[in-house]
Design a protein around this ligand. Structure first.
Ligand SMILES: Nc1ncnc2c1ncn2[C@@H]1O[C@H](COP(=O)(O)OP(=O)(O)OP(=O)(O)O)[C@@H](O)[C@H]1O
Length: 610
């Protein structure tokens, strides 16, 4: 199926009735527009003919003119509404389509495409599509209706004159088409340049703290200026192309008008053409030239719209890269977790980041992952949470190969707290509740109560589960010190919070969902040792605080850390080096082994006590 057909079926087809009605309105508008000059010509001929009832005839025609003019106002307005509104609906559908597909696309896609480029696409390109479908669609349909009607009426008025004036108009139109073709090729470049410009702005904004800390404002401004200048140059080239094409078409219209006066005037003098017919003809010609000039203008919108449709389609047609699920998964009780000889190489990398990793973790048990920086710890978490897809038959959750499971089902049963968690610029409460629902093996008493919304008012802050989670994540004192407590808006990406508070908020978010599988990627790196001890105890004890715990059973937990104190109570610890397991066992076994883990433990203990 071609892109045009696909786009039509997906986004435009359901508005066909409106377009059909709008088209009928255009026919009516143009019929009236063509009829008016004919009436004016008839009135002039009646008045100049010297008959006794000339005045009455002229007045009758004047009244008819008023009726037609009013009709034009009504049908023209309707035709605009019937074209412009669907244009907005199409823009809405394209935006939803693009956004939902972006949500489905996986990490490798976002490594290739810049955020600014995608933001520009979601705003600038969708707007260009709206202009194509609404404004340009109206103008193009108008021309399709109006040009034959105008030419038909001109031919009826005087065929010979019509042929004469078509010549310069054809030359002007050919020139405009050539300009439009060049215009089209530059539009794509201009869209890409705008994407790069947006990306530069976003990146500078995101890194504004670093820029200021290094007094790098001038360098950043210079980079921005380069992109901005490139964009400006392109826009100026496009504007001058458009600026030239209009007057050339206008000139061809003036030449045609001069020919009409020259040739037509001679025929009027020779008595071969009534004056009224000449007036009708020149009015129709002026209207035709105005139409063609509007088309020259609209063709720029058409070019932009077509380029935008292609660019958006490239994203929407990008496969999500996920294997087709053949099995299903019901989020619920803590699952068993197993790795069988997992080896993984990042797309485009030469060396594997994980080599032949195997372990089996029973439901509710805790696995610790220890290793130096770059050892592959986060990669393991990425594969368990399926940020990247592991090779077939290497990662098993509840005995099922994760590559056979639908991603949404798998993710509904797990919670991952990444190393550098993301907070939304909303309240602390909404950041913790996030989806306003829970899916895991949570206690029954409040499972129903808070599933509905993330819009709790302050007086409803006593969602018991939220309070439990705040205690577990050691956030109670922090919440008290915030100006509006849980209703404090934490700023862009949580700038109002410290690194440790952000980490604990992300931990609270994960615990709130009561996941069966909990994946913690070095989440305690920014908290002090005292808080760490309390957090570890809380994560381990969530299920058994004398029946008041968050979960019925302990979650199956994978916890990554540089600190041996965090991993002390894990049921098994894997020590990774350059992607491979070099030591494994419980804390006590690893200390007895006296390898890299034991050595680090001694250093950390000495640092802590010394
Ligand atoms: N997207 C990627 N593409 C290619 N290589 C990557 C990618 N992400 C990580 N790597 C490489 O994989 C290896 C393991 O990285 P990983 O982030 O898993 O280490 P880590 O143990 O979590 O380190 P740290 O403790 O510093 O977070 C590193 O050599 C890293 O350069």
């Amino acid at each position: 199926m071609s892109l045009a057909t696909r786009f039509f079926h997906r986004h435009v087809r359901r508005n066909l009735p409106q377009y059909a009605l709008g088209f009928a309105m255009l026919v009516a508008t143009n019929y009236a527009v063509v009829r008016i000059p004919t009436l004016i010509g008839n009135a002039l001929d009646a008045l100049g003919g010297g008959q006794a009832d000339a005045l009455a005839v002229g007045q009758g025609i004047a009244l008819e003119l008023i009726v037609w003019a009013l009709a034009v106002v009504v049908v023209r307005t309707l035709s605009r509404v019937l074209f412009f509104n669907p244009g907005r609906e199409v823009e809405y559908r394209v935006s939803v389509d693009l956004f939902s597909h972006l949500l489905a696309l996986q990490r490798p896609f976002f490594l290739k495409r810049k955020v600014g480029e995608l933001v520009s696409m979601a705003t600038n390109d969708t707007m260009s599509i709206r202009l194509l479908i609404g404004f340009a669609g109206l103008q193009v349909c108008n021309v399709v209706v109006a040009v034959p009607l105008h030419l038909g009426q001109m031919l009826l008025t005087d065929a010979w004159l019509t042929l004469w004036c078509l010549l310069p108009i054809a030359v002007g139109s050919a020139y405009t088409m050539a300009v439009v073709r060049r215009f089209y090729s530059l539009i794509r470049v201009s869209f890409e340049e705008l994407g790069r410009l947006s990306d530069r702005v976003l990146e500078s904004y995101a890194g504004i703290g670093t820029v200021r800390a290094h007094a790098a404002e001038a360098a950043i401004l210079r980079h921005f200026d380069e992109r901005n200048q490139a964009y400006l140059d392109l826009q100026l080239r496009l504007a001058s192309m458009r600026a030239f094409s209009m007057p050339v078409l206008g000139l061809s219209g003036q030449v045609a008008a001069a020919i009409v006066l020259w040739v037509g005037g001679a025929r009027v003098i020779a008595g071969e053409l009534p004056v009224g017919a000449l007036v009708t003809f020149t009015t129709l010609l002026a209207s035709l030239v105005a139409l063609l000039m509007a088309v020259a203008w609209v063709l720029a919108s058409v070019s932009r719209g077509i380029v935008a449709i292609k660019r958006v389609d490239e994203v929407v047609a990008t496969p999500d890269g996920l294997p087709v699920p053949t099995d299903s998964f019901t989020p619920g009780p803590p699952p068993a977790l197993e790795l069988r000889g997992l080896t993984f190489t990042y797309p485009g990398a030469d060396e594997p980041s994980l080599r032949d990793i195997s372990f089996a973790l029973a439901p509710g048990k805790t696995l610790g992952i220890f290793g130096r920086t770059g050892a592959g710890k986060s990669t393991l978490i990425h594969l368990l949470s399926r940020v990247y897809t592991p090779p077939n038959a290497s990662v098993f959750v509840a005995g099922k190969d994760v590559t056979t499971l639908p991603l949404d089902q798998l993710r509904a049963g797990l919670a991952v707290v990444p190393q550098d968690p993301f907070l939304f610029s909303t309240t602390l409460r909404d950041n913790i509740r996030l989806r306003g629902e829970r899916t895991g093996h949570v206690r029954g008493e409040d499972a129903a109560g808070s599933a509905s919304s993330s819009q709790l008012r302050p007086e409803e802050a006593d969602d018991p589960r939220l309070q439990q989670v705040l205690r577990a994540a050691c956030l109670v004192d922090d919440v008290r010190s915030l100006p509006e407590g849980l209703d404090t808006v934490v700023g862009e990406r949580g700038v109002m919070l410290s690194g440790g508070q952000r980490q604990r908020t992300a931990l609270a978010r994960a615990l709130y969902r009561g996941p069966g599988l909990l994946l913690l990627d070095d989440v305690l790196s920014a908290v002090d040792q005292g808080t760490e001890v309390r957090l570890v105890a809380a994560i381990r004890g969530l299920h058994d605080e004398g029946g008041a715990g968050l979960m019925k059973e302990p979650a199956t937990t994978v916890i990554v850390s540089h600190r041996t104190s965090v991993l002390e109570h894990a049921d098994e610890i894997l020590v990774l080096e350059r992607g491979a397991v070099v030591e494994r066992g419980t804390h006590a076994q690893l200390i007895a082994l006296d390898g890299v883990y034991a050595e680090t433990h001694r250093h950390q203990e000495a640092a802590h006590h010394g």
